[in-house]
Design a protein around this ligand. Sequence first.
Ligand code: NAG
Ligand code: NAG
Ligand code: NAG
Ligand code: NAG
Ligand code: NAG
Ligand code: NAG
Length: 487
Amino acid sequence: MANLILFFSSVLILPFVYSVHFNITRFVSDSSEISYQGDAKANGAVELTNIEYTSRSGWATYGKKIPLWDPQTGKPSDFTTRFSFRIDTRGAAYGNYGHGFAFFLAPAEIQMPPNSAGGFLGLFNETDVLSSSYPLVHVEFDTFTNPEWDPLDMGSHVGINNNSLASSKATSWNVSTHSQDIGRVVILYDSVRRNLSVSWSYDLTSDPRKENSSLSYIIDLAKVLPSEVTVGFSATSGSVTEGNRLLTWEYSSDLEMRDIKKSQEDKKGMIIGSSVSGFVLVTFFIVLLIVFLKLKQRRKAGVEKEHLTSINEDLERGAGPRKFSYKDLASAANNFSVDRKLGEGGFGAVYKGYLNGLDMMVAIKKFAGGGGQGRVEPERSLVERVWDLYGKGEVITGVDEKLGSEGFDEKQVECLMIVGLWCAHPDSNSRPSIKQAIQVLNFEATLPHLPIKMPVASYHVSSSSAATSVSSGGAATATFSSAQLGR
Ligand SMILES: *[C@@H]1O[C@H](CO)[C@@H](O)[C@H](O)[C@H]1NC(C)=O
Ligand SMILES: *[C@@H]1O[C@H](CO)[C@@H](O)[C@H](O)[C@H]1NC(C)=O
Ligand SMILES: *[C@@H]1O[C@H](CO)[C@@H](O)[C@H](O)[C@H]1NC(C)=O
Ligand SMILES: *[C@@H]1O[C@H](CO)[C@@H](O)[C@H](O)[C@H]1NC(C)=O
Ligand SMILES: *[C@@H]1O[C@H](CO)[C@@H](O)[C@H](O)[C@H]1NC(C)=O
Ligand SMILES: *[C@@H]1O[C@H](CO)[C@@H](O)[C@H](O)[C@H]1NC(C)=O
C-alpha cells in the first residue's frame, strides 16, 4: 500500500487551489500591499485624483500579480471584488465635473500610460482609444460624456469595457444625485458562465424605482487577458474636476492550478489552500479504487490487456452509438445458445456473451418479422456499480478486499467513496467544487445526498432506423450508446 501511494503520487499531476484574498478597510501609504501611481495617495482612504487641479490621473493597484487562469488547462477562476467609493461633484451641473474612475484588470506590472488624463480614464491615450495597446478589461463609472466614444443618450454611465474606451455594455448612472454618498459595488466573475457582472448601491440615496443598479457582460476573460493580471483602480479629471475616493476594497479568487511547481514558486504572499493534501487524497483513492476494480474485472473475464480493442476504447472515450452486425452478435452469444440465455420477455430473449474487448455484453434478440434486432449493452461501469451499492446503503462493500487486509477506517473510506461518486456525477453541474469535496472529506460538512439511482443520460434509436435494420432480414444490426455506460 505504501509503495502504491508513492507510485501514484509520482505519476499523478496534482491539482492545487490557488487562493487570493484581501480585505482593506484602511489605506496607508507605508504599505506595499497597494501601489500608487500618479495623483493617488493614501490617507485612510485613497484620493485617486487631486480635486484642486485639472487634468489629473491616479492609479491604486494591488501590489502583487493575481492568477486569473491556469496556463496548463486554460481554466479561469471565479473572482469577487467589493469596494466602496465616494465621488464629489462639488455641486457642479452635469458637464462641469468629471471624469470618473474604473476598476480594471490588465497585464501584471503594467504602468499608467502617459497622457491618459480626462476622458482617457488613466487607461488609454490618444494612440489607442478604440483598441488598447495592452489587454485590458475594465468596469467604468464614467461621469462625463465624451461624444467620441461614450453613449450619447445616457449622460454619466456605468460600463463594461473590453480593450476599448467604448463600452461593450453600459447603463445610465446619474452621479450628481449621489454626490458625496458612499457607493458600494460588487463585481463578480462567474468563470463557468463567463459572466462578468457589476451591481451597486448607495448608503442613503439609492432609488431602485428610478435607476438601474446592475450590469453584466458575457466575456471569456481567459481569451482576453493574460494568465496573471494586475487589478486596481484608475481615476482622472480633465478640464473639469471632481473628487474620486476609494474607501474600502476586498477581493477574493480561487484558481485550481495543475502545476504544483509553478504554484510553489509563485506563492509569495498568496495563501495556498490547506486543502491540497485532502484533494490529493481523493484523487489518489479514486484512481486506486478504479485500478483495483478494473484488475479484478479483467481477471474475472480472463481478458488480457492486449485483447482490448477499439470498441472498448470507443466506450472509454464516450464515443457515440456503434453498430454491430447480427453475425457478430450471434457469434458473441455462441449462436444464441441456450446456455447463454439469461431470460425471455414481452419483446424477445436476452443473452450474455463476449464481444472482442468488451468484458461482457448482453444481446437482446428481438422476435420481429423475418429478421432479428439485436441490442447490446456493455457491462455496467464501475461508477454505476458503486452507485448501486450506495443506493442500497452498502457502499462500503464496494471496497476491494485487498484493501480490507491492510485494515482501514470504514467511516473514512465510505466518505471517500461517496465523495468519489459525487465527483463522478453524470451532470457536471451537480459535482462539488474542490473546496466542497475537501470540507466533506475533513468531516467539516455533511455528506451529500446523492440520488439513490445514478442519473443516466438516455439515448434513443429513432424508430425509422430501427425499422430499416429489421427489414434488412438476416443482416440485422444493433445499436447501443455509450451514454448507457453511465460515464
Ligand atoms: C472585511 O473587513 C470588514 C471590516 O473589518 C468586515 O466587516 C467584512 O466582513 C470583511 N469582509 C470579509 C469578506 O471578510
Ligand atoms: C500612449 O501610451 C503608450 C503606452 O501605453 C505609449 O507608448 C504612447 O507613447 C502613449 N502615447 C502618447 C501620445 O503619449
Ligand atoms: C441627474 O439628476 C439630476 C438631479 O436629480 C437631474 O437634474 C439631472 O437631469 C439628471 N441627469 C441625467 C443625465 O439624468
Ligand atoms: C450574469 O450575472 C448576473 C448577476 O449575477 C445576472 O443577473 C445575469 O442574468 C447573468 N447573465 C447571464 C447571461 O447569465
Ligand atoms: C435600465 O436598463 C434598461 C436595459 O438596459 C434600459 O432599457 C433602461 O432605459 C434603463 N433605465 C434607466 C432608468 O436608466
Ligand atoms: C474583446 O476584445 C478582443 C479584441 O480586442 C476580441 O477579440 C474579443 O472578441 C472581445 N470579446 C468580447 C466578449 O467582447
